[in-house]
Design a protein around this ligand. Structure first.
Ligand code: FMN
Length: 148
């Protein structure tokens, strides 16, 4: 099963920690969204999309990439980190994937250090996140939801 994770992790590289942990343990490819256009995604069985959250969605460049380039009828999954989870952060990207007849295998989200806007004034929120346990949780998610 050939897997690639396309990611954007620009704020504090929180999400990249989840992606890197999975890559360290499993034989997958990872690529930043800015470099993903040149890749033929048709060659992969499973496509992961991973991102920090901005304004209630995956980062805009990842949302737009999925709208333009996500192949039809693939197995997909989502990873994200966020300041404070609303439980709805995958709604938009899920809608895009479903509109392309993709099968959504699952999603994993956890807190990530957030110093955006007013949070900067108080030293940020979700300090120290993702923790090692949360990073391990992403690997466990990959094992249980994607591999099996
Ligand atoms: C411009 C901007 C907007 C954000 N909006 C949200 C948001 O709507 N909800 C939330 O929980 N976190 C929000 N965050 C916090 C990030 O999602 C969080 O810090 C995340 O872990 C960043 O991931 P990254 O380091 O991989 O980029 C925002 C951060 C930035 C920079």
């Amino acid at each position: 099963m050939k897997t690639i994770i396309i990611y954007e992790s620009e704020h504090h590289k929180n999400t990249k920690k989840l992606v890197d942990a999975i890559k360290r343990k499993y034989d997958i490819e990872t690529v930043k969204v800015a470099e993903a256009c040149s890749i033929d995604l048709g060659n992969y069985d499973v496509i992961g999309l991973a991102s920090g959250i901005a304004f209630g969605k995956f980062y805009q460049n990842l949302e737009q990439f999925a709208q333009k380039h996500l192949p039809h009828s693939k197995k997909v999954f989502f990873l994200y980190t966020c300041g404070r989870d609303s439980g709805k952060y995958t709604a938009s990207i899920s809608k895009t994937a479903s509109s392309r007849q993709c099968e959504i295998l699952g999603s994993y989200g956890c807190p990530g250090f957030d110093t955006y806007g007013p949070f900067k004034l108080v030293g940020g929120i979700s300090k120290g996140h993702p923790t090692q346990d949360e990073i391990d949780g992403a690997v466990r998610f990959y094992e249980t939801h994607i591999l099996h």
